[in-house]
Ligand binder design. Structure first.
Ligand code: AOF
Ligand code: ZN
Length: 358
């Protein structure tokens, strides 16, 4: 694959990202059509049921005969809500297709490669860094398809000694305004945002996506893991149920359920975390941002249900108080080719670690 090919695949990833807030549970996909060294059309997938990236790029190009198509995800081989893109590319006279990642949807899953080749199209598959990034871009879509549950990111704002709060103290901001703004954008992109009942009671969070640019068009499903359905009807979460959906996950028949339902909250009756995530998966939730606390996070981690760690490390020492990773086993992050990165966000350092392949 030439440096030029890689550049166009990068552009596909950039285009795909334009669907980040709207596309779930479908994948983000970008497509670039190139002929004689010039881009003749670009497209991306915007939302379920709308045309796929390839179809949008073909429409933008008008005539794509003799072109190379670059795609961040394998063109579909199946009739979903729209006809197969691999057929559309062949019909348009595209002569070469360069693919950043394979579509895990069992109706496609590599099958378009044979179909394109049978149609006389040259097919090339990316490997290495660009492939890995194309897969990570669709971590939610891939996890939902393969495991029937959302991809879970545990996000915490911590002091440099790893604590999420001072002991018994009032809730206070640990991370900086730019870190908090980034979290609001993550909420806008997430299918669900979740906390445990301890955090809901201690911090009284709203968990909506606010002050995003542009403003969030829809709110994530806000989920409280609350076995006994203790969430107070006067909490910020319940009071804001009109702004976006709120659900409590509780044991079947928990006594608090009727009052919460009367206040506009949904009760998801489930006996454990695995069942809860499967239920969210059935509802098409592809990504879940877990915002604490440490007890819930450790419980999910123990069952292999935390896929990614996102720690905003703020330049302060708390000295005492609950630790974000209390109860986690010892582990090296970044092993076995799994992604590990750190970057400054205002005065904080954002540490991102993938715990599972996608
Ligand atoms: C592509 N290009 O841009 C996308 C693809 O039923 P639909 O129409 O909503 O399609 C969803 C499936 O199509 C999804 O599971 C995935 O396999 C594929 N997505 N394929 O060629 C695209 N978004
Ligand atoms: Zn398609």
């Amino acid at each position: 694959m030439s440096p030029e090919d890689l550049r166009y695949l990068e552009r596909c990833l950039e285009l795909a990202e334009l669907g980040a807030r709207t596309v779930a549970p479908n994948p983000m996909v970008g497509c670039v059509l190139v002929r004689d060294g010039a881009v003749i059309g670009e497209g991306w997938h915007e939302r379920p049921g709308s045309p796929h990236a390839e179809v949008n790029a073909l429409a933008a190009a008008g005539d794509a005969s003799g072109a190379t198509a670059y795609v961040s995800l394998e063109p579909c081989a199946h009739h979903g809500r729209t006809p197969p893109c691999s057929n559309a590319l062949i019909a348009a006279g595209v002569v070469r297709v360069v693919i950043a990642s394979i579509d895990p949807d069992p109706r496609t899953n590599g099958q378009s490669i044979d179909r394109l080749r049978a149609g006389g199209v040259e097919v090339e598959l990316a490997t290495g860094d660009v492939e890995r990034r194309a897969r990570r871009q669709n971590a939610g879509f891939r996890t939902l398809l393969r495991l029937g549950r959302p991809y879970v990111t545990y996000k915490a704002a911590v002091s440099i000694d790893g604590r999420v709060a001072a002991p018994g103290g009032e809730p206070r901001w640990i991370s900086s305004p730019p870190s908090r703004a980034l979290v609001h954008e993550w909420r806008a992109r997430s299918g669900a945002v979740a906390v445990g009942i301890g955090t809901a009671l201690a911090d009284d969070p709203t968990l909506t996506a606010r002050d995003c640019v542009p403003p969030a068009e829809r709110q994530p499903l806000r989920v409280v893991f609350d076995r006994a359905a203790r969430l107070p009807v006067c909490s910020a979460l319940v009071r804001s149920a009109g702004e976006g959906p709120v659900a409590v996950v509780c044991r079947p028949g928990a006594p608090g359920i009727p009052a919460l339902i009367a206040a506009g909250v949904e009760a998801i009756e489930a006996s454990d975390a695995r069942q809860t995530l499967a239920e969210l998966g059935r509802r098409g939730v592809a990504t879940m941002l877990l915002e604490g606390g440490p007890t819930l996070a450790a419980g999910l981690q123990g069952e292999g249900l935390v896929d990614r760690l996102a720690l905003f490390v703020a330049p302060l020492v708390l000295g005492a108080g609950p630790n974000a990773l209390e109860g986690w086993p010892a582990m090296w992050l970044g092993e076995g080719g799994l992604e590990l990165s750190s970057s400054p966000v205002g005065p904080d350092t954002l540490l991102l670690a993938d715990l599972h392949e996608v």
